[in-house]
Design a protein around this ligand. Structure first.
Ligand SMILES: [Zn+2]
Length: 166
């Protein structure tokens, strides 16, 4: 059983439903049926193109992306939802902001919908730093099914944890 509760922010009844499926060994199959589609975005170049495409479509006037990559050092435990870094550097007296998006390597093998949700989440951070109302509005603008996807992704992470637990 997973000791990390990725669903702590959700109603107890929902948590219990997911936990019951997990313990019965049915959660993985349930999610596979619901999200059968994989994606072909396997390299950092492909990931950069994918993220840039979404940014171009929905957030054209957000700050440019300096770097996008899969990161195998990202610990899912700490950064379940990827990480965006906002690095400020002084260059010739001017402060230049760099926007990097890193996605945990685990999402290379994830259902396509989950990669999309992660990328939407990280892109929204280009404009909104906090997880507030404006942030989630931006997320649902880019992906109308955002909230359900985040819930299901969190359940999927519990499955991944249970698979790697010894
Ligand atoms: Zn976030």
């Amino acid at each position: 059983m997973s000791d990390r509760n990725y669903l702590a922010a959700y109603p107890l009844e929902l948590q219990q439903q997911v936990q019951a499926l997990l313990q019965d060994g049915r959660l993985a199959a349930h999610l596979e049926r619901k999200y059968p589609e994989r994606h072909a975005i396997q390299s950092d170049v492909a990931l950069y193109e994918y993220v840039s495409g979404l940014k171009q479509r929905y957030l054209r006037n957000a700050p440019p992306l300096s770097k996008v990559q899969y990161d195998s050092k990202l610990r899912v435990v700490q950064h379940a939802l990827g990480t965006h870094t906002h690095v400020s550097r002084v260059q010739g007296g001017k402060l230049k902001a760099k926007n990097e998006i890193r996605v945990a390597t685990l999402f290379r093998e994830a259902p396509a919908a989950f990669l999309r949700m992660i990328v939407v989440h990280e892109l929204a951070h280009l404009k909104e730093k906090d997880h507030d109302r404006a942030f989630y509005q931006l997320c649902t603008h880019m992906e109308p099914g955002y909230h359900q996807l985040e819930f299901d992704l969190r359940a999927w992470l519990m499955v991944q944890d249970s698979l790697t637990a010894t």
